[in-house]
Design a protein around this ligand. Sequence first.
Ligand code: XBP
Ligand code: MG
Length: 255
Amino acid sequence: MHSLACLMFDVDGTLANTEDAHRQAFNQVFSQYGFSWHWDQSLYKQLLRVSGGVERILHYVDSNGLTLPTEDRVAFVRKMHQEKTVYYNQLLQNGDIKLRSGVERLLLAARAEGVKMAITTTTSRVNVETLLQVNLGDDALSWFDVWVCGEQVERKKPDPEVYLQALRELALAPNQAVALEDSYNGVRAAKQAAIPCIVTFNEYTRDDDFNGAVMVLDRLGDPDKPARGISGVALRGDMLQLTQLDEILHQIQGA
Ligand code: XBP
Ligand code: MG
């Protein structure tokens, strides 16, 4: 690889379809606390506009005029969210959430080619570690050169902070990296950091606005599960390959 120095991976919705497990964990914690709130899939799709679990709960409370049993709303919701994270990790440990097609292939290819990898996510680090350990084994944690997770930034996506921090830690220019995202908020974050962004959407995000993405695909693809290009740069073959990403960056760098 001459032009591609780093792949930056969003987690929720990109590495795996985790959002429904997050949704279940939110509902579990709501009932644990005795709230009659329930987030069904169509409501959750709307709530995903607000990134970050704490922020999402606070938004839900405020926009529905709900009351919390304490003055310190943020501390209360943070505590509730910590317990949500425990439930979510139990769901991951059950092993039901697999990596999306093409993810393991691309991770292994990047390792083989000496392309660096970063985790650039809104969610908490423990959630990413469990997802990777359960699916790829403990060693997979060491495959990533940089981790920037929700607890490390002041402003979550669509703010570019997570990406700017990763670039800083890697000492790279934005056009030496590619961001892999699944959502409107993710594309906006990458775009504002000037990092070329590839989208693989999912059921929760298929109707999002991906304007500004270099390429939109239904998945990264594997030999037994071909990918389909939806918009932007045309997909070469049935799967997204590092060689095509390298060429895309080569063109951008030459422009
Ligand atoms: C997506 C999110 C996250 C998850 C919930 O983040 O917005 O908030 O829905 O995770 P990304 P937490 O795709 O950037 O990983 O409850 O841990 O915040
Ligand atoms: Mg995402």
